[in-house]
Design a protein around this ligand. Sequence first.
Ligand code: GDP
Ligand code: MG
Length: 355
Amino acid sequence: MGMPNAGKSSLFNALTRAGVDAANYPFTTVEPNVAVVPVPDGRLDQVVETIGATPTVYETIEFHDIAGLVRGAHRGEGLGNRFLANIRETDALVHVVRTHDDAQVVHPEGRVDPLGDIETIETELLLADLEQAERRLDRVAREAKSHDKEKLAEEAWLRELVSALGEGRPARTLPAPAGAPMAMQNLQPLSAKPVLYLANVAEGDPLEPPAALREHADTAGARATAVSARLEAELSELDARDAVTMREEMGVQESGLSTVIREAWELLGLISFFTAGEGKEGRAWAVSRGTRARRAAGRIHTDIERGFVAAEVVSWRDLVEAGGYAGARERAKLRMEGREYEMRDGDVMTVRFAP
Ligand SMILES: Nc1nc2c(ncn2[C@@H]2O[C@H](COP(=O)(O)OP(=O)(O)O)[C@@H](O)[C@H]2O)c(=O)[nH]1
Ligand SMILES: [Mg+2]
């Protein structure tokens, strides 16, 4: 999300095309503004190579390019309601903020002011949340007259939330109410979603968000990073090898896609594990940090979760260094783990299950 002309579509196009190049994998355009992009992962590539797995199936991330938000969006200004509905469907928000000052690009408010832009957009989200929270509070307060403990806890939380939103603090800065586990789910505030501020810097400038933006991210419980949409757009026109060379020449270590994905994984608390068999597919799976082996197996198939017996687990690096499963077993790097094992980032797992 972001203001009109912030660089959202340039980035969307570059990132979704970069995915094709980086991973040599067809992406699907669900709608013109929705793209499913494979997540390049060099660890999976090495695992696949070691095991002789085929094909390689990367994890995917779905990007939605939405229209710009303007002042008054929460009242339906500029198709506001529809855009807010688009935002509601997502797991996390990438807030694109223009920091380049190219006079060729019109700014909807006639000036380049990253923090001002953020405030404009976030005010719309806060106002939309505030309206909903007040409506919900009315209802819950009436219901809480029955002295239902959970309702009372929800009411107290809503009162706190309404005053926080009124002071410009997003819902994500408020702890979820212990006594009302469903309260957050009932309201689904937009300002509770994790946010990544993505400063769109001028081509050639350091890939650093302005210090003030970083500070704002800290107080808002968000993350911040920078890309150049213009540069990413140019690189996405090149073939993969030329793009790497040009990146090196420009001193840019990481592709915009990798930056956004790495940040998104952090934002959402995700880790990746892998499955791979000789002559079978080698695949990456994203799960929440802290996920147990049995639940992780459920990402592969619900039958595998249901019939879970045990999992053979090895870190991707140990597997690659040992030259395969047999070598890893000889070196005692392949462990048998039970259903409650907490998955680690980069684990390669083979599940034993009773169908
Ligand atoms: N100079 C410069 N222009 C940019 C940059 N990013 C986007 N633009 C231009 O700004 C205009 C609006 O970009 P667009 O991606 O359509 O913005 P959106 O409205 O947020 O989707 C286009 O003309 C882009 O070429 C940038 O990093 N530098
Ligand atoms: Mg656009």
